[in-house]
Design a protein around this ligand. Structure first.
Ligand code: G4P
Length: 526
């Protein structure tokens, strides 16, 4: 096996999905701690504690405390190289969060053990399901009084439609939390409280039946033996193929805050999570072990360095290698560009990479030519598929303070929507400009950037739109009829695609029923 193939096989590229406050940031810190990527847990936490990284931030991002440096974190763990892609989660939740999930090979789902399955997780799972992404699950906050674990797993199975295979099982909870038991290795991992900021001692007791285990558990022993028997009977046995097909999730328990149970999860994660997988393009399937370089852009981050006003395009490498000064073809515009200074985000620092390969993420400086979904190759003309626009969930009508600046406004909105964080809709029947976004912060970002970069002041007004669906129909006559009869609700998006703007959920389902020949799509390919 060549070194290249071996190195690619070591990559584990993933993202964390969770509802806000389930513990994503905390677990990220602990993962980095295990990867020796940070000296002390807490570095990622700038958002709440007010401790910021030193890099430059867009002013508003600084005010809001949104981290850019943690967009991609690479760290070695055991034999593997882990790439963790950040999925903005709180008020910075956006379409980028969804699209990042198209750039990973697997996902870690963090669930608050006291709350179970929450809204945001349901949405993010829907996105994962588009590609049958394999899911690891970590049920967090065992140091608190949480809900019945079997009930939470039932909820995962019924709401998220995925089978649960518990790998570890918690011993007690809250003040009585004593550790986790691994059902497959028959090992107790002993919890010692107060170990959050350092790597915990790895204290293990082999054998639930051992004298040592009885001694350690005391009166909880019998209870645990019964519980484990029940769990084994009531849950699925772990099956690697089922996991990799996205139909089963291995479940781990612990407390991210106290840094417990995370290592047990990470150890199995690097063993079971898939190495870079093959990707589809419009012409062929790209294997990660192909020698020639290919990749696609899944996210564009604006103004990372205000002095240069540059933007960074995040590119997922799908095959081959990036080396410094290499020539890449920007396939959409058919132009060759020399890339001397791609960036990476190792341990939260922006640093130059000399080499990166399949599964890795690199940042390309973008002066406005790169768009979301763009493919880069070593000369081949092709386009990666499966990096869609997602239907926005929030809408606002954009009004100008100075009506004479309409041209600038249109240009600005168009360009900003090409970056992919917001979408523009122009109704067929009037001259409104409607902005759609997945996360609420995007509206502020757009307003601020219109002001800074296009010198346009705008205000937002509420608009009666519940959701957008891209309209598709192979029958041109039927489509024309639909266009005529439903023009009230139709718009063109920034790319000129016909879109149905539904006023309510009921309006959407009635229209779908009335027009069975028309497809109403929640995503659109770039
Ligand atoms: P998020 O990124 O998913 O939004 O969650 P985050 O890690 O910020 O965690 C949300 C809150 O839950 C934080 O408390 C965090 O300390 C707490 N937390 C995370 N994991 C655990 C756990 O295992 N046990 C317990 N008891 N709490 C946990 P906060 O008070 O909102 O923030 P902070 O003041 O601690 O920063």
């Amino acid at each position: 096996m060549s070194d290249f193939i071996r190195e690619v096989g070591k990559r584990r590229t993933f993202a964390i999905i969770s509802h806000p406050d389930a513990g994503k940031t905390t677990i990220t810190e602990k993962l980095l701690l295990f990867g020796n990527a940070i000296q002390m847990a807490g570095t990622v936490k700038g958002r709440k504690s007010g401790r910021m990284a030193t890099s430059d931030w867009m002013k508003m991002e600084q005010e809001r405390g949104i981290s850019i440096t943690t967009s991609v974190m690479q760290f070695p763990y055991r034999e593997q190289m882990v790439n963790l892609l950040d999925t903005p989660g709180h008020e910075d939740f956006s379409e980028d969060t969804y699209r990042t999930l198209t750039a990973v090979d697997s996902v870690l789902m963090v669930i608050d053990g006291a709350k179970g399955v929450e809204d945001r997780t349901i949405k993010l799972m829907d996105v994962c399901r588009l590609r049958d992404t394999p899911i690891f699950s970590f049920i967090n906050k065992m140091d608190r009084e949480v809900r019945d674990h079997i009930e939470v797993m039932d909820e995962i199975e019924s709401i998220l439609k995925i089978q649960c295979a518990p790998i570890t099982w918690p011993i007690g909870m809250g003040k009585r939390f004593k550790g986790v038991y691994n059902l497959y290795t028959d090992t107790i991992h002993v919890f010692t409280p107060g170990q959050g900021h350092r790597i915990p001692d790895d204290i293990r007791i082999q054998g639930l039946d051992s004298a040592e285990a009885r001694d350690f558990l005391g009166e909880m022993h019998e209870e645990l033996v019964d519980e484990i028997e029940l769990v084994r009977g009531a849950s699925h046995e772990f099956d690697l193929e089922e996991y990799q097909a996205g139909r089963m999730t291995p479940v781990f328990f612990g407390t991210a805050l106290a840094n417990f149970g995370v290592r047990e999860m990470l150890d199995d994660f690097v063993r079971w999570a898939p190495a870079p997988i093959a990707r589809q393009t419009d012409t062929r399937t790209v294997e990660p072990t192909d020698n020639t370089f290919t990749g696609f852009v899944f996210k564009i981050q604006a103004n990372m360095d205000p002095r240069h006003r540059d933007r960074i395009a995040f590119l997922r490498i799908c095959s081959g290698k990036y080396t410094r000064n290499m020539k890449m073809r920007h396939a959409r515009i058919g132009k060759d560009v020399k890339i001397a200074d791609a960036v990476t985000f190792l341990a939260g620092d922006r640093s130059h990479v000399e080499e990166a390969l399949s599964g890795d993420i690199i940042g390309l400086h973008n002066h406005g030519t790169i768009q979301i979904g763009d493919t880069f190759t070593e000369g081949e003309m092709m386009r990666f598929t499966g990096i869609p626009h997602f239907a926005p969930e929030l809408f606002k009508r954009v009004r100008l303070k100075d009506p004479l600046k309409l041209k600038q406004l249109q240009k600005g909105l168009q360009q900003l929507s090409e970056e992919g964080a917001t979408q523009l809709f122009m109704p067929l029947n009037n001259n409104d400009l409607i902005l759609g976004a997945v996360g609420v912060l995007q509206f502020d970002v757009v307003r601020q950037r219109l002001k800074d970069e296009y010198k346009v002041d705008c205000i937002y007004e509420p608009v009666n739109v519940f959701t957008a669906r891209w309209v598709h129909c192979d029958d041109a006559r039927k489509l024309e009829e639909f266009r005529r009869k439903c023009s009230e609700n139709l718009a063109e998006d920034g790319g000129g695609y016909l879109t149905y703007l539904a006023t309510t959920r009921v309006n959407l389902s009635l229209t779908e029923e009335r027009w069975p020949e028309i497809e109403f799509r929640a995503t659109r390919e770039h």
